[in-house]
Ligand binder design. Structure first.
Ligand code: SAH
Length: 398
């Protein structure tokens, strides 16, 4: 590769990318891997101008000195003022949610690459915002200040919390940082989705607190739910609470006691009686099936089993086992709502697993809906990594 020139015409450090990197960008992706990037003494997290091997400009990107994803494109053009661009993108992200989000005061405001703001996630829970920074560039102090002041000005939250993933900071070689409030003092609120109320504590819980990506699937599941229902991997009761008004009995299962404690508080908040069981879902389903328990509605929403391509086979076996047991425990005419949030398990793989589980269970499963993540978690067509959630609703007969 030719030596990169140190500074571009826009005054930014410049990087050059190989033919393979160029072809990724031409395909519409926004990431270029380290092996395709030549960057000489570019500071961590810098805004860089990107060129091909011959020096032809390809746009502007955020650079990471440590991640395998060295380049995340932010524009096809030269960028003079990063602050102005970030403000504009956040405004566009907010405007998009105003169009597509309904019946809730909790939703994802900014979804990283899918909002052309790679490395930034912002969730809203009523009057609180929760922010996650995933890259060196988004961690830079001036960038943080721009993001926080724009969010303050556009959404007027009571408080903004930052949720830190220590593993991500390690990978990005960023100094450790504690989760906590970065604006305001309020850390607890109550939010609602589809008329169901939830407690939210900005300083506790998994992800940014709730699984907002399932919001539209909760409403869909509620439409079909009836009879006795089992919500497996229920966390703080997202599905269970939505099923309760339509079912004679709802049981939620999770291995996390703290999650179930919040689930119980959520049930009380909505005046619902739900049975919560702490346990390992695999063991519990096995025991319940052996005991001949039957249900009319079952939801399966396990954590991502395939964290990487390498674990795909094991993950598929896990999905198969769960779905097989659930299918066997459904009464004729029962409803199965089954999810996978593993990016590495494609919809095609997932449907194949379900088909094989149905045939082993000697059941017919009619697909009522094939769904994905809620629209506040948009999928960028040319960045397949932005799409990860699959939710299949089916009607099961013998
Ligand atoms: N359905 C939930 C989200 C589920 S996230 C919602 O809509 O809010 C996955 C959940 O699985 C987590 O709450 C985690 O505690 C739980 N979990 C992980 N492994 C488990 C296991 N082996 N058995 C039971 N629960 C498990």
């Amino acid at each position: 590769m030719p030596r990169p020139s140190a500074v571009s015409s826009a005054g930014l450090p410049s990087v050059r990318i190989s033919r393979r990197g160029v072809s990724r960008l031409q395909d519409g992706h926004v990431w270029v891997y380290r092996s395709d990037v030549s960057a000489n003494s570019v500071p961590p997290g810098a805004l860089v101008s990107v060129a091909d091997e011959r020096g032809k400009p390809l746009g502007t990107a955020l650079y990471s000195s440590s991640s395998q994803i060295a380049i995340r494109m932010i524009s096809r053009d030269a960028v003079g003022d990063l602050g102005a661009l970030l403000r504009e993108r956040i405004q566009a992200a907010i405007a998009y949610r105003e169009r597509v989000v309904e019946n809730t005061d909790a939703y994802r405001v900014v979804f990283s690459e899918a909002d052309l703001l790679p490395g930034l996630i912002v969730d809203r829970y009523n009057d609180l915002l929760s922010l996650q920074v995933l890259t060196q560039a988004m961690d830079a102090e001036p960038v943080r200040q721009t993001v926080v002041s724009k969010l303050d000005e556009a959404l007027h939250p009571e408080a903004i919390a930052e949720r830190v993933e220590p593993r991500v900071r390690e990978l990005e070689q960023l100094p450790p940082r504690a989760s906590g409030l970065i604006r305001g003092e309020k850390s607890h609120t109550i939010f609602s989705m589809n008329g169901v109320k939830f407690h939210y504590d900005a300083l506790q819980g998994q992800k940014t607190g709730a699984f907002l990506d399932q919001r539209e699937n909760y409403a869909a599941a509620a439409q079909y739910a009836r009879g006795e229902a089992l919500d497996v991997f229920c966390y703080q009761g997202g599905f269970a609470l939505h099923l309760a008004p339509h079912c004679s009995k709802v049981t939620g299962v999770d291995s996390s006691r703290p999650a179930l404690e919040v689930a119980e508080q959520n049930a009380a908040l909505n005046g619902r009686e739900i049975e919560w069981i702490e346990g390992n879902a695999f063991d519990l389903l096995k025991d319940y099936a052996a005991a001949g328990r039957q249900y009319d509605t079952i939801v399966l929403d396990p954590p991502a089993f395939a964290k990487s391509k390498r674990t795909l086979e094991t993950a598929l076996r896990g999905y198969k086992e769960l779905n097989l047991r659930a299918l066997k425990m459904l009464r004729p005419g029962g409803i199965l709502v089954t999810c996978s949030c593993s990016y590495h398990v494609s919809l095609v793989d997932f449907l194949a697993v379900l088909a094989s589980a149905a045939s082993d269970a000697h059941r017919n499963a009619r697909i009522l809906e094939v769904r994905g993540q809620a629209r506040d978690h948009p999928v960028l067509l040319n960045v397949p990594e932005t799409g990860y959630l699959k939710a299949v609703v089916s009607n099961v007969s013998y």
